[in-house]
Design a protein around this ligand. Structure first.
Ligand SMILES: Cc1cc2nc3c(=O)[nH]c(=O)nc-3n(C[C@H](O)[C@H](O)[C@H](O)COP(=O)(O)OP(=O)(O)OC[C@H]3O[C@@H](n4cnc5c(N)ncnc54)[C@H](O)[C@@H]3O)c2cc1C
Length: 372
């Protein structure tokens, strides 16, 4: 008998899981809260590592298509000091395929392909251990039962409480995101500053990072240490008020760097939360977690990569059946926890040093990753 499998969430984790199952001819219900694929802006770029996200795409049979869309030149990285002086200017070789960038929207469309996602199906609760299996409760009051429910529903997962009482905690670092449109035509000076990839300037307890997406679109992140309520006297919906507040926070930085904020359009507040490093849970029959739902960590280039590889690995091991479903999940969890804990330690230490009282620490991280 075929197992009834559901995945909650159609982010990188859920879609990769579903796509690899689909490749092996195994049915899966993809339950997504958003009403449509394009209901929200998809976000910025992701760099997919050779041994993680790219491996997952290979397992999904999508590596060649990824290579057609992705931008190896997007790996370029320039580091400035707060006066705008260039401290490092690293460019990848043309054949460097270690971490090419792809827009999130392009990745989503690539993974979606033939999948039949159930849009507008927000899950409110997952209840394991009922007579028929695992019950899923939906926002519209309906319920369905499955043999395995995989929670790939991100940081604020509604599946997670079925296996763990852990909740994300604020890191003390906040990002405020803004965008530049049509940068090459409208802001050629900034386009040159950003180059093909990213530019970052590090100061005391704050940083400004800009990343080129495709089509002349740029995402800018103002990053700083602050209490969670730093914006108590600020209306976050008031674009000019947020801009003034950020310009005051980065006061004294070089004008070309501050132009990243001066020309930004809307501002989105993103306080960074994490789950505990080495988050595990006593195995619960019929429920597991993938990606941010399992191991939310600082956004330093690992989260989506891990999420995708986990999705691909769990799908492959389920598709390899006809073994015991639960044994496959248990073995998968052990492997996921071990790898995620390693990355959670790396990214937690990385965030401490990138947004730190000593900007030289950020440079030291860069020199370790990209020695000249
Ligand atoms: C600014 C920033 C930059 C980043 N850059 C990188 C990078 O370069 N490389 C990298 O590897 N990672 C990066 N990350 C991390 C990466 O975005 C996440 O780790 C990744 O998106 C996690 O994927 P996921 O599928 O687990 O969760 P998500 O991407 O959060 O997807 C969860 C999905 O579940 C749906 N959902 C949520 N709740 C429900 C519900 N109750 N019912 C049904 N559906 C639900 C959501 O709508 C969403 O579609 C970055 C993160 C940030 C914030």
């Amino acid at each position: 008998m075929r197992h009834r499998i559901a995945v909650v969430g159609s982010g990188p984790a859920g879609l990769t899981f579903a796509r690899v199952l689909h490749r092996h001819g195994c049915p899966v219900a993809v339950l997504e809260r958003d009403p449509a694929a394009d209901a929200r802006p998809p976000g910025g770029v992701l760099d997919l590592h050779e041994g993680l996200g790219q491996l997952a795409l290979d397992k999904a049979g999508l590596l060649a298509e990824f290579r057609a869309f992705s931008r190896p030149e997007g790996q370029a990285m320039r580091i400035l000091d707060t006066d705008g002086a260039v401290l490092r200017d690293w460019r990848p070789r043309p054949d460097d395929r270690a971490n090419p960038e792809i827009d999130r929207g392009q990745l989503r469309d690539l993974l979606l392909g033939p999948l039949d996602v159930q849009w507008g199906r927000g899950v409110t609760q997952v209840v394991p251990g009922t007579r028929d299996g695992v019950q899923v409760h939906f926002e519209d009051g309906r319920q369905e039962t499955f043999d395995l429910v995989v929670g790939a529903d991100g940081a604020w997962s509604r599946t997670r409480p079925a296996v763990s009482a852990a909740t994300p905690q604020y890191t003390g670092v906040t990002y405020v995101e803004t965008s530049l449109e049509d940068v090459d035509t409208r802001h050629p000076g900034l386009a040159r500053l950003i180059g093909d990839g990213s530019v970052a300037a590090y100061g005391v307890n704050r940083a400004l990072v800009a990343q080129r997406n495709s089509g002349g679109h740029v995402k800018v992140y103002a990053q700083f240490r602050a209490p969670l309520d730093w914006h108590t006297n600020l209306d976050l919906a008031d674009v000019e008020a947020v801009r003034s507040s950020l310009l005051a926070l980065f006061d004294g930085w070089a004008a070309p760097v501050l132009d990243l904020l001066r020309h930004g359009t809307a501002f989105v507040h993103r306080p960074l939360y994490v789950l505990p490093v080495s988050h595990t849970w006593p195995h619960v029959c019929g429920v597991t977690l993938l990606g941010d739902a399992a191991h939310l960590m600082p956004p330093l280039g690992a989260g989506a990569n891990l999420a995708m590889l986990e999705g691909a690995e769990l799908a492959e091991s389920l598709a390899a059946g006809p073994g015991d479903l639960d044994e496959a999940v248990r073995a998968f969890e052990e492997q996921m926890w071990e790898r995620a804990a390693r990355w959670a330690k790396i990214t937690t230490a990385g965030l401490e040093r990138l947004v730190s009282p000593d900007p030289a620490q950020a440079l030291a991280i860069f020199d370790r990753v990209q020695p000249s």
